[in-house]
Design a protein around this ligand. Structure first.
Ligand code: 13P
Length: 249
């Protein structure tokens, strides 16, 4: 049985003070249920770690360098994340791919770096609208999974509880959620890809989140699909009530 996992990706939102108040509200609303991961900006990680101490809420970062340390102005290393209490890291988000030109090769290095430092990657994959229209959804997502996980053993994926997130680019921040059937079809294809790459045991164990305009009113139907194990939430996680609505779904 895979446990549901809901992650909130704050992206570049909330000042420290605003973030603190959001965390307090989430803490007050959250009792028990799915695994919850909060991914605030880098500047908020340390204080968030303190604020969620003693709760079941886990801390994630939104990105990380593939390098250990050195002259890399503006970058944040895996060791730095671990040192402030981070356990998860979102890698390969479509905004990193599109705006910051991250390739599958770089993302693969980041996934390996995270695993080597005891961080659990949330590896994001997803097609653009052009790719969907051209019927390239499966091949795009399959390539992102294969290249993102290249050279990584089944044991590492299981030991580190690696999570995959299917986020169709056309559904992110647009209000256009993938239909539960559209999302399910791609999630099932990701499991087929994992079965080909590893085996069905691995494919059935890893959790695959859906992301892209998830809201309290569409979450339940998405979570009802066989291969959808939770959500990676953007906009709706910036408000405690709507994040709680998704958690309750
Ligand atoms: P929205 O929920 O705002 O569409 O964002 C999804 C996302 O990109 C989460 O990583």
């Amino acid at each position: 049985m895979r446990r549901y996992v809901i992650a909130g990706n704050w992206k570049m939102n909330k000042t420290l003070e605003e973030g603190h108040s959001l965390i307090q509200d989430i803490k007050n609303m959250y009792t028990t249920g799915p695994d919850i991961i909060i991914c605030p900006p880098f500047t908020h990680l340390e204080s968030t770690a303190k604020a969620i101490k003693g709760t079941a809420i886990k801390l994630g970062a939104q990105n990380m360098s593939e390098h250990n340390s050195g002259a890399l102005t503006g970058e944040i290393s895996a060791d730095m994340l671990v040192s402030v209490g981070v356990q998860y890291v979102i890698l390969g988000h479509s905004e990193r791919r599109a705006i910051f030109h991250e390739t599958n090769t770089t993302i693969n290095l980041k996934v390996k770096q995270a695993i080597a430092h005891d961080l659990s990657p949330i590896l994001c994959v997803g097609e653009t609208l052009e790719q969907r229209v051209a019927n390239d959804t499966f091949s795009c997502v399959e390539a992102q999974v294969k290249e993102g996980l290249l050279g990584i053993s089944k044991e590492s994926l299981l030991d580190q509880n690696v999570i995959l997130a299917y986020e169709p680019v056309w559904a992110i921040g647009t209000g256009k959620v993938a239909s539960p059937q559209q999302a399910q079809a791609v999630h099932a294809h990701i499991r087929r890809t994992l079965t080909d790459l590893y085996d069905s045991d691995l494919a059935q164990t890893l959790r695959i989140q859906y992301g892209g305009s998830v809201k309290p009113d569409n979450a339940k139907e998405l979570f009802g699909q066989t291969d959808i194990d939770g959500a990676l939430v953007g906009g709706a996680c910036l408000d405690a009530l709507s994040f709680a609505g998704i958690i309750n779904a």
